[in-house]
Design a protein around this ligand. Structure first.
Ligand code: NAP
Length: 258
């Protein structure tokens, strides 16, 4: 028998892996960046707000990180932007795509502009990033993408239909991309969270009464989620722990859909 060394055993080790984290200026993306850096990854942090990206960078363990402010709704420009990030022979080992927007708006005030805004930010960005990553020189021999859907895709609430449709699209895209990117050595999986306490929820809270907010909490038998609850699953989906998973839809929802 040999001595136990639990501290040395880390199947989620990401030492040296280069990962693009979108939505890294807040909430789940920021928490994901902190967790991935602790696991040894070298990160490129994306969001639109340069100052908040720099704040995230300041919280990271390790030295070899960068920020890359960019609006992912500019779908045509995304592949070229990813290519630029990989110049100097530095492909990505993965993407944690945490960027997204949620605005409650009932269907009676639906507009094409609102549809474009939400679909581009939430779904189009995922597809454009996948196109970017699969380019020659942009991905390592084995790479992974982790996307974020939402329980909103299957559990309806008023005023949320466009967001819900965008997140349902993420589930379909996960499966389609997983099949299409097999030959590129890129795995694609997605996390389905219920309500996680982030800035996104904080903004929605302003429009709710205390009772309505409490009702939201009780929807999850385990209470609201913490951003780390999702960050840990994203790390699992980017690390070798999930080497036999692609096209998987992983629910992390405090028991909401149990
Ligand atoms: N919180 C929840 O309860 C919950 C539940 C289910 C699913 N989700 C999903 O989880 C993801 C993260 O949510 P969160 O709660 O962490 O949201 P958040 O706190 O509002 O953060 C959203 C992030 O997305 C970035 N972003 C938004 N639009 C962008 C664009 N066009 N280009 C680049 N970056 C953009 C923001 O960066 P800038 O502001 O710097 O642009 C910010 O970093 C979203 O996809 C959300 O739909 C959240």
């Amino acid at each position: 028998m040999t001595a136990r060394s639990p501290a040395a055993y880390n199947p989620m080790d990401l030492t040296g892996r280069r990962i693009l984290v979108t939505g890294a200026s807040a909430g789940i993306g920021r928490a994901t960046a902190v967790v991935l850096a602790k696991l040894g990854a070298r990160l490129v942090l994306n969001g639109r707000d340069e100052e908040r990206l720099a704040e995230t960078a300041d919280r990271l363990e390790g030295e070899d990180h960068a920020i890359a402010p960019f609006d992912l709704s500019d779908l045509e420009a995304v592949p070229g932007w990813v290519k630029g990030l990989c110049a100097d022979d530095s492909p990505f080992d993965g993407i944690a795509h945490c960027a997204g927007i949620q605005t409650l708006r009932p269907i009676r005030i639906f507009s094409a502009a609102f549809f474009d805004e939400v679909m581009r930010a939430n779904l189009g960005s995922a597809l454009a990033l996948a196109r970017g990553l699969r380019q020659k020189g942009c991905h390592a021999d084995r790479a992974a993408i982790a996307l974020i859907s939402s329980t909103a895709a299957t559990a309806a609430s008023p005023g949320n239909v466009v967001y819900a449709a965008s997140k349902g699209g993420i589930i379909a895209a996960t499966k389609g991309l997983a099949v299409e990117l097999l030959s590129d050595g890129i795995r694609v999986n997605c996390v389905v969270p219920s309500i996680v306490e982030t800035e996104l929820i904080e903004r929605g809270k302003q429009k709710l009464t205390a009772e309505q907010y409490e009702h939201l909490r009780t929807l999850q038998p385990l209470g609201f989620g913490h951003p780390d609850d999702i960050a840990h699953m994203i790390a699992y989906l980017l690390a070798d722990t999930s080497r036999w998973m692609t096209g998987s839809i992983v629910t992390v929802d405090g028991g909401r859909t149990a």
